[in-house]
Write a protein that binds this ligand. Structure first.
Ligand code: DX5
Ligand code: ZN
Length: 216
């Protein structure tokens, strides 16, 4: 199966969101990655539920919502109602992760767990069989346009092994600093979904850039 691409709308022109979503609709993107930052879990604030709804009202691709927020349980239902197809919460933000995953599933969404660069993939051992996506952060969350952390490749390989070992169907998503230089090695290491923000939106032809990533 070919690699799935989830362009991050965080890097889009917010004054022309409808146009940006329509551009993604007619691209080869598989998802639209929606980054929610609360200024507490991460040192930055992006946007919230009404903007997610607005994106969804124009989107023809499923929304892949990445919650970089504390107490995500309080907002799962709202984001589901706003159109989230995948809801990813941070391992580091959830004391009762299993319950959170169950809550996401009970809303009819796919459940993802995002882990920070310092968090070991081994910590997912007991929950990997219950989830749909692992979002491996390849930068420290909070900002677009950061430099890719090289240690990610070995995390992808170890996570791929864990998924096989536990008979999990979880997909491996890579988030942060993804570009055409690191994408081939990420795919070779076992990645299924690539998030790309600034690399797509700051390119002169975003649709072509998405197609280039997709065709690796
Ligand atoms: C980082 C976000 C990423 C980010 C990716 O906190 O979770 O999704 O938007 O952007 P780039 O591709 O520019 O690193
Ligand atoms: Zn993200």
């Amino acid at each position: 199966m070919s690699i799935l691409i989830s362009p991050s709308i965080l890097a889009a022109d917010f004054a022309n969101l409808q146009k940006e979503v329509e551009m993604l609709n007619s691209s080869e993107a598989d998802y639209i990655h929606v980054d929610i930052m609360d200024g507490v879990f991460v040192p930055n604030i992006s946007f919230g539920i009404p903007v997610t709804e607005a994106i969804h009202s124009h989107a023809k691709k499923p929304l892949d919502v990445h919650l970089m927020i504390v107490n995500p349980d309080n907002y799962l239902e709202s984001f589901r109602r706003a159109g989230a197809e995948i809801i990813s919460v941070h391992y580091e933000a959830c004391a009762h992760l299993h319950r959170t995953v169950q809550a996401i599933h009970s809303l009819g969404a796919k459940a993802g767990i995002a882990i920070n660069p310092h968090t070991s993939v081994n910590l997912l051992e007991e929950i990997i069989a219950d989830i749909d996506v692992v979002c491996l952060m390849s930068v420290n969350p909070g900002f677009g346009g950061q430099k890719f952390i090289e240690n990610t490749y070995s995390k992808v390989s170890r996570l791929r092994y864990l998924i096989l070992e536990k008979g999990s169907s979880a997909k491996i998503e890579i988030d942060g600093g993804v570009n055409l230089n690191n994408a081939p090695k990420l795919i070779a290491s076992g990645a299924d979904i690539l998030v790309a923000g600034s690399f797509v939106f700051s390119s002169t032809n975003p649709q072509q850039t998405i197609a280039n990533l997709k065709s690796i």
